[in-house]
Design a protein around this ligand. Structure first.
Ligand SMILES: C[S@@+](CC[C@H](N)C(=O)[O-])C[C@H]1O[C@@H](n2cnc3c(N)ncnc32)[C@H](O)[C@@H]1O
Length: 222
């Protein structure tokens, strides 16, 4: 098992470059991301640093099943985002936002409150030769900043977070935005008010998901 390389948390970009490798997510071979090759070391590493520096877990180091499914859908149905202003909410690695730009979005704002995720999104956008705006502001509850399409990948893993996102995004949908969720059936996926668009079998790892494949769906908020 490779031991992760420690870096001062003041330089997330250096940490990411030292502790990840460029990989293509199984469902999205057209995108390369800085991802963890082994899950345990990087997770333990950031847990140790978490105690010292208050860092969140490295969600940005993985292409989550929900994000892969939503990205696949967008790349195969580019009309959903073509010429549109897109919000990739809870962006993590930036996968969905990068996919949206590749599919012809006018612009993408990738929002993630983790500064390591922000660094990862910037590095990954550069590798894929697309331009993505990044914010670490917590924008839940904010007014629509001009987004036509809101994309949410794998964010239904904690009840308070999932509930506050649902209330906020439904209010934006009521005002005219379109919103999609990619989700492998996490506990706090809303039970109603969603239309299933498509499902994919997403290859994952037992370390992360306790299974090799997760059936993952793309839902439209209605
Ligand atoms: C499971 S990851 C999903 C990442 C990516 N969408 C994907 O599918 O691969 C969840 C992400 O949500 C981010 N997050 C959590 N709370 C957030 C908030 N209030 N605003 C923005 N991002 C948030 C985390 O930092 C993490 O990167």
């Amino acid at each position: 098992m490779t031991q992760p390389t420690n870096f001062k948390t003041s330089d997330p970009g250096a940490f990411i470059r030292a502790n990840t490798q460029l990989h293509e997510p199984p469902l999205i071979p057209e995108v390369k991301l800085h991802l963890a090759s082994e899950i345990v070391p990087i997770w333990q590493m950031t847990e140790e640093e978490l105690q010292e520096n208050g860092l969140p877990p490295p969600f940005w180091a993985f292409a989550w099943a929900g994000g892969q499914a939503l990205s696949r859908y967008i790349l195969d149905h580019p009309e959903v985002v073509r010429g549109k202003r897109v919000l990739d909410f809870g962006s993590g690695s930036g996968l969905i936002g990068i996919a949206a730009m590749k599919a012809g979005a006018e612009s993408v704002l990738a929002a993630d409150i983790d500064s390591f995720a922000a660094a990862s999104i910037r590095l990954n956008a550069e590798v894929n030769d697309v331009s993505v705006l990044v914010t670490t502001e917590n924008i839940i509850g904010s007014a629509n900043q001009g987004w036509d399409v809101i994309l949410i990948g794998d964010m239904c893993y904690e009840r308070p977070l999932a509930e506050s996102i649902e209330i906020w995004v439904r209010s934006l949908v009521a005002e005219g935005a379109t919103a999609f969720i990619g989700d492998p059936g996490r506990t706090y996926l809303p039970k109603s008010g969603l239309e299933k668009i498509i499902s994919y079998a997403v290859m994952t790892t037992r370390e992360l998901e306790d299974t090799d494949v997760r059936n993952t769906s793309v839902w439209k908020i209605i």
